[in-house]
Ligand binder design. Structure first.
Ligand code: AMP
Ligand code: MN
Ligand code: MN
Ligand code: MN
Length: 285
């Protein structure tokens, strides 16, 4: 079998971060969509990994441990996915704990910004959607603003309220690129640049991100993701080859009602690329 033809979905979120399904519900949904190799990649948190592994096995799927770490690079937020690491590694667990710190305070500032434009009670409102008290995120605010009818859907909330220059946006300093990559690598995992097309970097900034990431020990890039257009699959297939990176594939599924792409329902990786799961074969459980 050509290894790029494997239904691997290596990026999604559960209630442990900003998804709406439990790890067990995600595993069942992935299986129903014929996923063969799965990874749960909650934001800044590995608390769902043991459950996800058990649920993957209960559904006859192979599993790679996963996480998506928030990083500040060139004054923007970049996401680094880690796969195949030891989820109980002390340095990784401590680094993620520190990365989560400050989310509550940020959320309160976001609510203050929203109150100034007449949207009151959003902190308490967002909290109702939170599954993990250490992980209040913009997504939970978005759900509250949709529930209260301020916006039609979460993408409208992000466009009008939660992105730079808008009333609910609070700039935040996340982990450094170097730390995030090293936490993953020293825990025997692979670091991967998540959805690179999402950042709005200039070509120079993007080149700097890929170069520094590689310098710190990063080895992979998401090529086929729910966040990319088909044209972007080709752009980042070329970038993967230019930087000699392994290629990853993942839906970035968050919720049956909010996500455009379902678990495992994605095109195959372009055949000229080497999939991350080839390099991580020894870490697959
Ligand atoms: P945070 O970690 O609190 O900054 O929240 C980031 C999360 O917000 C991402 O992981 C996505 O789930 C969600 N998000 C970011 N931008 C958008 C968007 N334009 N539309 C919908 N969800 C978004
Ligand atoms: Mn998210
Ligand atoms: Mn992301
Ligand atoms: Mn994600």
């Amino acid at each position: 079998m050509v290894s790029s033809i494997l239904n691997a979905d290596l990026h999604c979120h559960s209630v442990v971060s900003d998804g709406t399904l439990t790890p067990e519900q995600l595993a069942e949904r992935a299986k129903a969509n014929d996923v063969e190799l799965w990874a749960l990649t909650d934001h800044d948190e590995v608390g769902g990994q043991d459950r996800a592994l058990a649920a993957a096995h209960a559904n006859g799927m192979k599993y790679l441990t996963g996480v998506e770490i928030s990083v500040t690079f060139a004054q923007k937020t970049v996401h680094i996915v880690g796969l195949g690491f030891d989820a109980h590694n002390d340095q990784l667990v401590t680094g993620l704990y520190k990365t989560r710190g400050g989310r509550s305070e940020r959320a309160q500032e976001m609510a203050e910004g929203l109150a100034k434009v007449g949207i009151h009670g959003s902190y308490e409102g967002a909290l109702k959607f939170v599954g993990n008290p250490e992980l209040i995120s913009r997504t939970h605010f978005a759900r509250f603003l949709v529930e209260t009818g301020v916006c039609q859907d979460t993408s409208e909330v992000f466009r009008r309220f939660l992105t730079e220059g808008n009333p609910g946006f609070v700039s935040h300093r996340w982990a450094s690129l170097k730390d995030a990559v090293q936490w993953i690598v020293q825990a025997q995992g692979m670091a991967i640049i998540a959805h690179p097309a999402r950042y709005g970097f200039t070509p120079n900034e993007e080149f700097a991100l890929f170069t520094e990431f590689k310098h710190h020990g990063g080895q992979g890039v998401e090529v086929v993701t729910g966040s990319h257009t088909p044209a972007e699959y080709m752009t980042y297939a070329d970038m993967a080859q230019e930087f000699d990176f392994f290629a990853s594939r993942g839906s970035d599924f968050h919720s049956p009602t909010e996500s455009r792409i379902d678990l495992g329902v994605l095109p195959w990786l372009p055949g000229q690329l080497t999939p991350v799961w080839d390099a991580l074969a020894h870490r697959i459980q």
